[in-house]
Structure formats: structure tokens, C-alpha cells
Design a binder for this molecule. Structure first.
Ligand code: ZN
Length: 503
């Protein structure tokens, strides 16, 4: 009885996954290959498909199946975890009134257009009423779905299931306290790399070859994936054996495609490592956005910007770009790819300052949500925080409070997942090293498989079997903390010759 209920529900979810994969393929195509003139028709197609998917997800029988399964004694642990997660999501979604969903869709759609205009004209006042509406609707959403302690918990849970705001706030406060003096020590030191090394001429064909070689070496499986070109790089999953990476080539700036490809390949390796037999079900899906980002950042930064990685790859890079890199030493190259400089724009920030950009947004959106900060005062609060954490002041709101699309799209609670990814990446890397021995020696020899297999065993194969925080804690033997990330950054930058203050 319960078995047949589960089988019907499972097949229903697998059918939804097929539709979602079709939706992803349409979206991938629109962002990589499609002639621009087809945009309107593609939009109609995607909208029709989204409607069909929504209908299936909210079909009345889903609630009936879950009612039966919720009360059943399920012996299999994995199955019980999966049903529990499906039930939790379903109940959360069903607490949101239809009118609120429709109103949020409308307000964020208008809000995004208003944001584009406001940013173009550096006119926060024009965006302010839209943001006020969005914050109000997000509060209503949080009240409708409910939360235990902090209103922000309800929003964070959409991206980082079952994580608590208090836990994240504590980790990020510790990170901020350690980062601010680290950033000022690095910037006050008069050691700067030769930045012009990376802006020489790097022909596109060579970038394509090097990026592909690096992605394959760290374990992205090109028999089950692709790498293509786009304007705003992303990684998407089209099926259990089809993961697509995208990148952008700038012949005058090597890092955007090189580290962008490693970043997306990290996301792709995680997707390829999820159990294919559970595709479209919680056991075959990523644990959280933070865990996803931990994989992209781990391969991009902890591996890809390490000296050992380049001891292995630098001769290939020099052979690929003899004009640009022929006269550049490995040391000079490695220093240049680890350049640190406080800047205004989050997406262009280096690895050390990046988390301060996130912490600012996390602090502001919590204050906006709970009413401690009025929307009208957000631009000033933004400037004050940039000044005190990063030592720079945005000259206008376009490069200040208006720079990101997230708030206009209603994505509140999303930003901290980027920093969780960075914290998790360093904790996982340190735990892998405790278990496998010196990883740098392996990288020097071009061996990345042991690290990937450790991650496969600890993270990828579990899908959503455990809540993200528990999954990472099990793998690392310690709860969320900023210590591993700070230790890693201090190591890297003292090895680069910086004089750092004692911790
Ligand atoms: Zn990412």
C-alpha cells in the first residue's frame, strides 16, 4: 500500500524532473546559441512549460500521497529522509496564499525593470518604492510560512534549508572581525604584483584549450557534459548525464575565463557526482546553495589559485601563450592571480575582500526585513559599511546599493549562501587534507582524483539525505566556523611575502 503510493509519487517526481530538464535546455539554448530575434517566442514557450510544471507540482494527489506517507512507518532511512524533505517543502509552499505568490511575481517583475533604469540613472529614489513593496511582501511571506526565532530564518531556508540565521550571523561576525585587519595589512603593505601580466593578449583558442584541460584534470567528465560560451557564465543540468558549463572569453584578461571555468567546473563536478539513479528526487539533488558554492570555490580558489596547482600547469600555460607568458616567472604569475585590492563591485572582488561584500549585504537585508533600517536609509548605511569594512566609499548608488539584481528580484536571504560556500570550502579542504595527507604534493604531480573522490564520498553521493549543515559537519568533524578560511588565507598570503598581524 505504502510502497505503491511511494512509487506513484516517485514516478510523478521523475516526470516533473523531465519537464524541468527541458526547461533548463531551453534556457541554456537561449543563453548560448539562440538568435536574439527568437526571444519573444522562446519566452512564451518557457512560460507555457513553467505553467505545466507548476500544475504538476501542486496537483491535488501530491497532498494525498504525502498525507499517507507522512503517517507511514518507513523503515528505509534514505527513503524516510527523502519523504521528510518532500513533505517539509510541500507544507512550507502550501502555507503561502496564492494571492501573495501572484503579487510577489508581479512586484518583482516590475521591480527588476525599475532597478535596471534606476541603476542606469543612479537614481535610488526611483527604485525605493519598489524595494519597499518587495520587503513588505517578503515579511508577509515569512509570517505566512512561519519561523522559530528570526523572521530572516524563513527566507534563508529557501536557499539553505534548515539553516539558522543566528548560526550564520555568528560565523560571519567572526569572519568579519578577522578579515578587516587582514585586508588592511595586505593593502598597507607595499607589495603589489605586476597586474599587467594578466591583461596581455591571450588568444581565445588558447584560453579554450587551457580551460578545458584544467576542467578535465580536476575531474569534470566531458563524456557527460559540455563547455560553451555565454555572456553571464553559469552551470546547468539537463539530465543525469548532461551537465553544461559556460564561460566568457576576454582576450585582454585571462582570469575571467580561466577561473570562471574552474568555478563552473566545480559546480559541474558536484552535479555529476550526485546519484544519477535518484535524478530529480531529493537524494539526487544538491544539499543547498552554500554547499554548491563550496564546490565551485574550492576548485577555483583553494585548488586553482594554489602554487602547487600552477607548478603542475604553468608550463602548459606558457606553451599555450608564449607571447604573453614566455618571459613571466611562475612566482610573478602566481602573485598576479592572487592580487588583493578592496573594490566597489562584488562580482569583481578578490577572494579575500569578497566576503566583506557579502557580510554588508547580509547585515543590511536583515535590518531591512526586521524594520531596524528604513529603505530610504539603505544607501547611506551601505556607504558607511563600505567605509568601515573595506576602507572605500562608493561615489554613487549605481556602484553602491544599486549594483546587484538580487533584491529587485525578491532574492532576500540568498547572499549569505555565497559566504557559507567560502567557509565550507575551506573547512572541507582542511578536512580532506587531514584525511588524505599533503594535497599540494598531489597537485604538483597533477593528481586531483584523491580530493575529488573524498568529496564524492563525503558530500556528492548523499544528495539531500542530510541537512546541509549536518552534512558538512559530518565530513569535517566540526560545526560551521570561520577559522579554516582565515587560516588558509593567512597561509597563502604569508607565503606570498605579506607581513600579517598576529591573529
Ligand atoms: Zn557559483
Amino acid at each position: 500500500m505504502i510502497e505503491s503510493t511511494w512509487e506513484r509519487y516517485r514516478d510523478h517526481l521523475r516526470d516533473i524532473a523531465k519537464l524541468v530538464a527541458a526547461e533548463a535546455l531551453l534556457e541554456w539554448d537561449a543563453r548560448t546559441k539562440m538568435p536574439a530575434r527568437n526571444g519573444e517566442y522562446r519566452g512564451e514557450q518557457a512560460g507555457l512549460l513553467a505553467g505545466i510544471i507548476h500544475q504538476r507540482r501542486t496537483a491535488p494527489e501530491v497532498g494525498e500521497w504525502l498525507d499517507e506517507l507522512r503517517d507511514a512507518e518507513i523503515e528505509d532511512d534514505a527513503l524516510r529522509a527523502m519523504v521528510g524533505e518532500l513533505d517539509r517543502r510541500f507544507r512550507k509552499d502550501s502555507r503561502v496564499p496564492g494571492a501573495l505568490v501572484a503579487e510577489t511575481t508581479r512586484v518583482t517583475s516590475v521591480g527588476q525593470h525599475a532597478w535596471v533604469e534606476a541603476r542606469r540613472n543612479d537614481d535610488f529614489a526611483a527604485f525605493q518604492p519598489h524595494l519597499e513593496n518587495i520587503i513588505r511582501l517578503k515579511r508577509e511571506y515569512a509570517e505566512a510560512v512561519g519561523y522559530e526565532q528570526n523572521i530572516y530564518d524563513a527566507l534563508l531556508d529557501d536557499y539553505e534549508p534548515r539553516q539558522s540565521t543566528a548560526v550564520v550571523a555568528e560565523a560571519l561576525a567572526g569572519l568579519r572581525a578577522a578579515l578587516v585587519p587582514l585586508v588592511s595589512a595586505i593593502t598597507e603593505c607595499d607589495r603589489t604584483p605586476d597586474r599587467s601580466i594578466l591583461t596581455r593578449h591571450y588568444p581565445e583558442a588558447g584560453q579554450r584549450e587551457l580551460g578545458r584541460a584544467a576542467a578535465a584534470a580536476i575531474g569534470f567528465d566531458f563524456d557527460r557534459g559540455r563547455l560553451d560560451e555565454t555572456h553571464h557564465p553559469f552551470c546547468t543540468t539537463i539530465g543525469p548525464h548532461d551537465v553544461r558549463l559556460t564561460t566568457r572569453y576576454d582576450e585582454q584578461f585571462l582570469p575571467s575565463s580561466l577561473f570562471g571555468t574552474l568555478h563552473e567546473a566545480g559546480h559541474g563536478i558536484y552535479e555529476q557526482g550526485l546519484p544519477a539513479e535518484w535524478f530529480g528526487l531529493p537524494l539526487g539533488s544538491y544539499a543547498s546553495l552554500g554547499v554548491h558554492e563550496s564546490q565551485s570555490r574550492l576548485w577555483e580558489n583553494l585548488v586553482g589559485r594554489s602554487r602547487a596547482f600552477w607548478e603542475h600547469f604553468y608550463s602548459l600555460a606558457q606553451n599555450t601563450f608564449p607571447q604573453a607568458l614566455g618571459d613571466v616567472s611562475l612566482d610573478a604569475f602566481h602573485f598576479a592571480i592572487n592580487d588583493v585590492k578592496p573594490s566597489l563591485i562584488r562580482v569583481e572582488a578578490d577572494e579575500v575582500t569578497y566576503n566583506l561584500h557579502i557580510i554588508i549585504r547580509f547585515e543590511l537585508e536583515q535590518a531591512l526585513l526586521c524594520g531596524d533600517l528604513a529603505v530610504a536609509d539603505a544607501p547611506g548605511a551601505w556607504r558607511d559599511k563600505y567605509e568601515s569594512y573595506l576602507g572605500i566609499t562608493p561615489p554613487n548608488d549605481a556602484v553602491g546599493v544599486l549594483q546587484d539584481v538580487h533584491w529587485s528580484a525578491g532574492l532576500i536571504g540568498y547572499f549569505p549562501t555565497y559566504s557559507l560556500g567560502n567557509l565550507y570550502s575551506a573547512q572541507l579542504f582542511a578536512a580532506a587534507e587531514r584525511s588524505l595527507g599533503n594535497l599540494a604534493d598531489m597537485f604538483r604531480a597533477g593528481e586531483f582524483t584523491p580530493l575529488r573522490e573524498w568529496l564524492q564520498e563525503q558530500i556528492y553521493r548523499h544528495g539531500q539525505r542530510y541537512p546541509a549543515a549536518q552534512l558538512v559537519e559530518q565530513a569535517c568533524g566540526e560545526p560551521l566556523s570561520h577559522h579554516a578560511l582565515i587560516a588558509y588565507l593567512r597561509n597563502r598570503f604569508s607565503a606570498l611575502g605579506f607581513d600579517l598581524p598576529p591573529e
